[in-house]
Design a protein around this ligand. Sequence first.
Ligand SMILES: Cc1cc2nc3c(=O)[nH]c(=O)nc-3n(C[C@H](O)[C@H](O)[C@H](O)COP(=O)(O)OP(=O)(O)OC[C@H]3O[C@@H](n4cnc5c(N)ncnc54)[C@H](O)[C@@H]3O)c2cc1C
Length: 504
Amino acid sequence: MPVEPKSLHNVFTSEPYNQGMKSSAIVWFRRDLRLKDNPALSHAIDHHERVILVYIHAPDEEAPWQPGAATRWWLHYSLSSFQRSLTEHGGELILRSGDSLPNLISLCSESGAKDVYWNRLYDPALVNRDKAIKEELAAQGIKAHSYNGSLLREPWEVHKEDGTMYRVYTPFSKKYLQMSEIEAPLDSPQPLPAVDHKGVSLSLDHLALTPTIGWDKQFFSCWRPGESGAIDALQKFIEQALLDYRNGRDLPATDGVSRLSPHLHFGEISPRQVWHEVKFHAAKLEDEGEDDVQSRTLAYLRQLIWRDFAHHILFHLPHTATQPFNEKFSGFEWDDNQLLLEAWQRGQTGIPLVDAGMRQLWQTGWMHNRVRMLVASVLTKNGMVHWLEGARWFWDTLLDADLANNSMGWQWTAGCGVDAAPYFRIFSPARQGERFDPLGSYVKKWVPELAAIPAKYVHQPWTAPAKILEQSGITLGEHYPEPVVDLSASRKEALARFKRLKNP
Ligand SMILES: Cc1cc2nc3c(=O)[nH]c(=O)nc-3n(C[C@H](O)[C@H](O)[C@H](O)COP(=O)(O)OP(=O)(O)OC[C@H]3O[C@@H](n4cnc5c(N)ncnc54)[C@H](O)[C@@H]3O)c2cc1C
């Protein structure tokens, strides 16, 4: 039987083009709420005349790590921004909720689509869900097409010479930098194909993503969820802070970091876009005669590699979202210290840098990385509270809560993760404060009770002479708490427990 020339067929379906039916495909958006560098969207548009764009709210499928309150807030405004942007480009986003598979199947049958496109996610529960969905769709004659839209390189692309995964960051990043250049980002499709399938869509409010208490008031002045907010944040960072990132990244009182984390988590911008934009500017600055541009910008690009490393670890070792990477830690003697945990959550530990960080988190949904490491160290190493308690609080309150980054960050700080901080490295809040917030500006911003105390005492008000405290209007235990934990005694106790773990 003669084979029909391929050009007469849509390559992704068995329907010949000339049957009077337009070829349709579903683009299933998840954490890729953008038009630029969106491989699933671009490929669908390249191969089909009609694309049906859908977001399905299915928090149950993410269990046990369903989106927390802060990320639900971000998702609401990110979806709203994406809906606007699609409408401006002639498209329309259909919102659905409930299980993903039946929603996709019913959209396919409503629209006649035989192809579904999405960008891959790597959280363990979602990998399993997507695999099952791919198989179910195939059983119904629907083809699924998936792409890398959220990492520089996928977890299985980078491995050691013997084919095994990396467990240490430095050789992982070395390999990254030796491999071929990161793929260039795709342009945004122009224009979007016209919408002639009016799918039933829920209203955004129906998804009930925003909080009912007024806890999010300050979020609005700190953040602009959505693709244009992400692009503007990147440009601002490149212009104002990129070249000084090596130093600026450690100073929580300054604008030395990019604050791209929630935008990256929701895929409003891709790491490939960030990578290439930074490289483009670096080349321009080098041409203009700026010194040492390569290593100054590499300091920032390495953070994107850390992000991929976290995904590499979680993908290959899915149990590390809840179990220690270092199995020895399964036997660690954690304390059930509710009092300390609550004081920590409320930013009332009496340790100023910790309280500043925890209040920044509560009020703005974000905390500076240097302070994240400190608050995690104090909770797990001084308080000896299980790292999962801290990880769960971050999960609910961080706008950038991300399973891979959060699990790795907590395990690293607690000493039980990959490439972890050695057990004997217990941050001293006073020392961290003196090095990274020498004037106490960060502390004074978030802990206004300490606004009048001289910089010399701001990180350890309990060491200030009574007269200084009086002049600063502070009575410890009344205006500001006494430290909830004895930092020096708890440090010794933690070291003893770690030693017992090493040599039982
Ligand atoms: C205990 C703990 C918990 C954390 N939880 C999260 C989390 O839930 N979500 C999250 O995105 N990050 C987490 N981090 C990593 C880091 O603190 C944030 O990514 C960073 O502070 C975000 O701010 P930024 O975008 O200005 O970062 P920048 O310094 O501007 O870095 C740019 C990007 O690189 C990535 N990146 C930077 N540092 C890290 C890192 N250490 N690990 C992985 N990726 C990194 C992020 O995507 C970040 O947006 C955690 C760190 C610790 C110590």
